[in-house]
Design a protein around this ligand. Sequence first.
Ligand SMILES: Cc1cc2nc3c(=O)[nH]c(=O)nc-3n(C[C@H](O)[C@H](O)[C@H](O)COP(=O)(O)O)c2cc1C
Length: 175
Amino acid sequence: MAPLAEMEIEMQSFVPDPTRTTDLRRALGQFGTGVALITTQTADGPLGMTANSFSSVSLDPPLVLWSVASTSKRHDAFAQAPAFCIHVLSAQQMDVAQHFAAQGHDFAPYPWDAGANGAPTLHGCLATFHCDGYAVHGAGDHSIILGQITSAAIQPEESDGLLFKRGRFGRFAPD
Ligand SMILES: Cc1cc2nc3c(=O)[nH]c(=O)nc-3n(C[C@H](O)[C@H](O)[C@H](O)COP(=O)(O)O)c2cc1C
């Protein structure tokens, strides 16, 4: 069979208007990402949320971002959080991702402590980034939350990362 680049595969193009959100989701879902758990401490206790919108932004100063849906019950708590923690999940932590996608307040199944900035910090992740809130920008139906990393930690052993693509979880295993 000819390599993919040489095959004549016709792209299905469309204008992303409100009637094509499913198609837009499918197209965006071709971009595989890692999976993060974002946590913060609130007056109602620890709060968590699974997010794949996490991205690095700047090394100096060290800035990262993620975006939260305006319709989320957890939007205001995260948009107003003075500090939060971003956890990079390992391939063994798919259950963590599913747990904190379904709800945000139940931390009972997982060991955690108050990290360097007071944000709930789960054990066994590939990396953690404790951040101070840096800026929040409204963007369509999401808010972009920028954080300045005040403390970073990395697991010394090389473990596979949890990935998300086309609406499904998978794992990164290097060649
Ligand atoms: C893999 C994955 C990635 C997600 N990424 C985001 C994200 O970046 N931003 C977001 O607002 N919600 C994201 N979600 C959805 C939230 O985790 C959660 O399911 C949603 O906020 C539930 O609505 P609620 O907050 O009103 O309870 C993601 C869900 C999954 C499973």
